[in-house]
Design a protein around this ligand. Structure first.
Ligand code: HAM
Length: 439
C-alpha cells in the first residue's frame, strides 16, 4: 500500500473519548442531575474560555500540574497560552473582573472540559469534564459547610448512600500550624512534607518515610506527624494543634455538620492535603468506600488568596471539582447508572410512497404534542422498517396505509409487548403516552 492509500486512525487522541449518542445521553443525564442540585442551592451557571494566559496557572496551581500536566504553547502572536487544566483560576479571574459590581456571596457553578497531560488509567484521562461549584465572599466555615452540603446532595441525587461514599476533611491552616509551630519546620521543609503526605496512600511506607526524612524530619518528628495524621475526632480536640485557628475552624465545621445530620457522610482525616497550592483552610476529598474502588472521587477546599492575583482586593472562595470519569466509575461500581427513557419515542413507518404526505403530517402532529418522533422517508419493506425500529429501541411504531388514511385512523404497535391497536388518529396521543409510561 502506498502512503496515500493509508487511512487515518478512527481512534480519538490518547486519553480522550468520543461521545456517541448513547454516551451523550448518559453524560447529559449526569450533568443535568448535577445542574439541578446546584440550582436548588441557588448557584448560577457560568463558563469561560478554553485558553488562558500561561501565568494564570503558573503562580498557584502547583508544580505537578504546571510542570508535568499543562498543555501550553505560543500562539501565532507569540503569546504564551495554556489549555485550562482546571477551572478555579478562571473563575477567580472572572470574579475579580466584576468584584465591585455584583452582590456577595457569589454562588456559581460550571461544567467545563479540562485538559491534563496525564498517563491515561482508571479514573484519569487527558480530557475530562469537571463539575465546579464555588462560593465567593464568605470568610466563615458556614460557606465550607454549604459546599460540603452541595457535594453530599449531589451524591444523594445520583442515588448513592452513606455506606458508599465518605468525605474526608482536613484543614491546611491546622497542618501548617503543626508543621511550623510544633515541628518547627521551615517553609521549604513544610512544602516537601505536604508533598509526601499527599502521596502517602499511593506509595509504599518505605518510600514515604524516605521522602519525610529527605524533607528534614527526624524519626521522632515522623512519629509525631504520623500520630496527628491518624487522629480521629475522639482524640483530636485534646491535641495541642487544635488550639490553632485551623483547629477551631475544623471544630466549628464538624459541629455544623453534626447539627445538620451530615456528619454521617464525613470523617476527619488530617492526611488530606490536596495537590493544588492555593488552598488555605478547609480541604476535603470524597472517597468511594467500595473495596475495589477505594479512591478519591473528587475534591475541593478553601482558597483565600486566589482572587487577589487579579485585583487589589481579596475575596475568599471555597468550592470543589467533581470529575465525570471518576463519578461514572463510581456509578458503574455501585450499579447506580439509570435506565434512561428512549431518545426516540415513536417511529412513523411508511406504507408506500403514496402515503408519504400523510406520514409527514401525522409525525408533525405528534411532535407538536411534544413527542419525540422519527419518520421513514423512503419506501422500504414494512418488515424491515419494524426491524429497524426494534434495533434502535424505539418502543412504538405508527403506520397509516391507504385504508387508515381513508378512515382517519392509525395503527399503533407496542414493540415490547407486541400489542397492536387501530384507533382514530386524533386519539393516538393518549394511547402513546400510556404505553410510554410502561416503557
Ligand atoms: P483536582 O483535585 O485537581 O481539583 O481535580 C478535581 C477532580 O477532578 C478530581 O478529584 C477528579 O475527579 C477530577 N480529575 C482531575 N484530573 C483528572 C483527570 N486527568 N482525569 C479525570 N478526572 C480528573 C481541582 O481541579 C480544583 N480546581 C477543584 C476546585 C474547585 N477547588 C475549588 N474549587
Amino acid at each position: 500500500m502506498t502512503r496515500q492509500d493509508q487511512k487515518l486512525s478512527t481512534k480519538p487522541y490518547k486519553g480522550t473519548r468520543d461521545f456517541y449518542p448513547e454516551d451523550m445521553r448518559l453524560r447529559n443525564w449526569l450533568f443535568n442531575t448535577m445542574r439541578k442540585t446546584a440550582r436548588n442551592f441557588g448557584y448560577e451557571e457560568y463558563d469561560g474560555p478554553m485558553l488562558e494566559r500561561f501565568e494564570v496557572y503558573a503562580a498557584k496551581s502547583g508544580e505537578e500540574l504546571v510542570n508535568e500536566q499543562l498543555y501550553h504553547f505560543k500562539d501565532l502572536g507569540n503569546r504564551h497560552v495554556a489549555i485550562r487544566p482546571e477551572m478555579t483560576p478562571t473563575v477567580a479571574r472572572m470574579v475579580a473582573a466584576v468584584i465591585h459590581q455584583i452582590p456577595r456571596p457569589i454562588r456559581w457553578f460550571s461544567l467545563p472540559n479540562l485538559w491534563r497531560y496525564e498517563r491515561p488509567q482508571r479514573g484519569r484521562l487527558r480530557e475530562h469534564w469537571q463539575f465546579n461549584v464555588d462560593i465567593f465572599g464568605l470568610d466563615t466555615v458556614l460557606a465550607d459547610f454549604e459546599i460540603i452540603d452541595v457535594a453530599v446532595s449531589i451524591m444523594l441525587s445520583l442515588g448513592a448512600s452513606s455506606k458508599e461514599f465518605q468525605i474526608r476533611i482536613s484543614n491546611r491552616r491546622l497542618l501548617n500550624h503543626f508543621l511550623a509551630e510544633i515541628l518547627t519546620l521551615n517553609q521549604e521543609q513544610r512544602n516537601a512534607v505536604c508533598k509526601a503526605i499527599d502521596k502517602r496512600e499511593k506509595i509504599t511506607r518505605d518510600v514515604y518515610t524516605h521522602m519525610l526524612t529527605e524533607s528534614g524530619l527526624t524519626p521522632e518528628k515522623i512519629d509525631r506527624l504520623e500520630k496527628i495524621l491518624d487522629l480521629d475526632w475522639n482524640d483530636a480536640e485534646n491535641h495541642p494543634a487544635f488550639e490553632s485557628r485551623g483547629g477551631k475552624e475544623l471544630h466549628d465545621l464538624f459541629s455544623q455538620l453534626r447539627r445538620s445530620g451530615l456528619d454521617q457522610y464525613c470523617k476527619l482525616d488530617l492526611s488530606i492535603v490536596r495537590g493544588l497550592d492555593y488552598y488555605t483552610g478547609t480541604v476535603f476529598e470524597m472517597y468511594d468506600l467500595h473495596p475495589e474502588n477505594r479512591r478519591a472521587l473528587f475534591g475541593g477546599g478553601r482558597y483565600d488568596d486566589l482572587v487577589s492575583m487579579f485585583c487589589n482586593d481579596s475575596l475568599p472562595g471555597v468550592g470543589f471539582g467533581m470529575g465525570d470519569v471518576t463519578i461514572q466509575d463510581f456509578l458503574t461500581t455501585h450499579r447506580l447508572l439509570p435506565d434512561l427513557p428512549p431518545p426516540i419515542e415513536v417511529f412513523v413507518a411508511l406504507y408506500d410512497a403514496t402515503c408519504l404526505e400523510q406520514s409527514l403530517t401525522f409525525s408533525r402532529q405528534l411532535r407538536e404534542a411534544g413527542l419525540r418522533v422519527t419518520v421513514q422517508l423512503e419506501p422500504m419493506k414494512l418488515g424491515k422498517q419494524y426491524k429497524q425500529a426494534d434495533q434502535r429501541n424505539i418502543p412504538i411504531v405508527a403506520i397509516q396505509g391507504p385504508d387508515e388514511i381513508q378512515a382517519g385512523t392509525v395503527t399503533l404497535k407496542h414493540m415490547i409487548s407486541g400489542e397492536q391497536v387501530v384507533l382514530p388518529s386524533d386519539q393516538s396521543e393518549a394511547t402513546i403516552r400510556g404505553w410510554l409510561k410502561s416503557v
